[in-house]
Each structure stands twice: as C-alpha cells, then as structure tokens.
Write a protein that binds this ligand. Sequence first.
Ligand code: ZN
Length: 237
Amino acid sequence: MRTFPGAVFLALHLIGSIEARGAGIAVDVGHYLGEPGVISARGATEFEYNLQLTREIEVALKHAGHRTLLIGDDGLGEDLSRRAPRASGMDLFISIHHDSVQPRFFSTWTHEGVERQYSDRFSGFSLFVSRVNSHTDASLKCASAIGRAMRQAGFVPSRYHADPILGENRPFADEENGVHYFDNLAVLRTAGIPALLFEAGVIVNRDEELRLRDPAVRKRMAEGIAAAVGICLGWPA
Ligand SMILES: [Zn+2]
C-alpha cells in the first residue's frame, strides 16, 4: 500500500490533538492488599470496592478525553507517602475510598453463616481537601464540583464527618456539596498538585453496600466525576 506523507502527518496531528484535549487525572486506589481498609457489612474489603470504582472512573475519564494515571491498582502500594508524588505532572489527584463509621455504632449480624459488623445509621458520600496542600483553592473547586455532580446524580452527602460527637469533627469546606477539610491527611498533604479524597459511600451500611456494588450505580458515579473534573479544570467534557 502506498502511503502519503502528508496524509500520515495529518493523521498523527489529529491523534495528537485528540490526546491533548483533556486534562491529566491521577486516580489513587485507597489502601492496598496487605491492609485493605474497611471490611464491609458482607465481608468484602474496601480495597476491592476502591479498585472497581477506580476502574470505572478511568473508563469515564478516558471517554471524556482525559489522560489517566492509576496509582496503587496493583494492590502493592504500601508506602502511602510515595503515592501522591507519583502524580506530579498531572492536573489533579483523586484518592478513591469507601467509608465506615465509628466503632461504637457497630452492631453484629450473621451473613452467609458468618458474623459481621455493620451500622445502618449513616450513609452517603464525602469529600476531603487539605489546607496544607499547596493548591487548596483548586482542590476545593474540584471537590465541590464532584459533590455537586453527585447530588445532581441523586447521591446524598453523608455529613456525619463534621459532627464532633457522631463523626470526627472535620469542618465543612463546602457544606452543601459534602466537602470537608482534613488538613493532615498524608495523601493530600504530600501532593504537589490539586488533590482530593472521595469517600463514595458507607460500605458497613447494609443497604448502601448493595447500592455501591451495583455496576449501574458505579457507572453513574464515575460519569459524574468525569464531568465534574472537566468543569473544575476548565476542559470541555
Ligand atoms: Zn479508606
């Protein structure tokens, strides 16, 4: 087949411009195999939930034309302080987590023959930014955009993290959109770029766990995040 240098150049140029259209988003899978985080009401690990949602978010971000870098998706990222620095050169760092509640709110139930801990008292998503991070304003702008997108998609902020009795007294940065300050969170503090932590929902809550393992719910969440990121970073999705 004959090739035409001009046509090849044009094709490469077009591919290049498509790739350059989006922002660079680093998505961090919270926890690792050795210490997998929260154990859900049905005995699944938070790491499994974080990984599934991260993969869905990666699909949505790429579909919207953004570049992605996954961090910790091999389950071996034990040194948490080395995660955020890997994202240098990207535009935004998002750490994906699933939530629990304070241990004193736990009850026990038997699921598939195994006694498990659960609490149906709290539910919903939360977002966190650090004021020690060097890009607090940009971090908050993106966290607020994601919270707004979640609300528009029908999800509800958990709110209990702000409560000194029920939660951990993490003050609201944007109450309406479920964003809190969590200044010393290592993964946010050490990021040299705008950074936020997303708690997708409370997996020790029995009903919420069922929702969060629904692929359609995950997809809706991921698409909301991808759209919000485009808005806060100024990229048309
Ligand atoms: Zn976590």
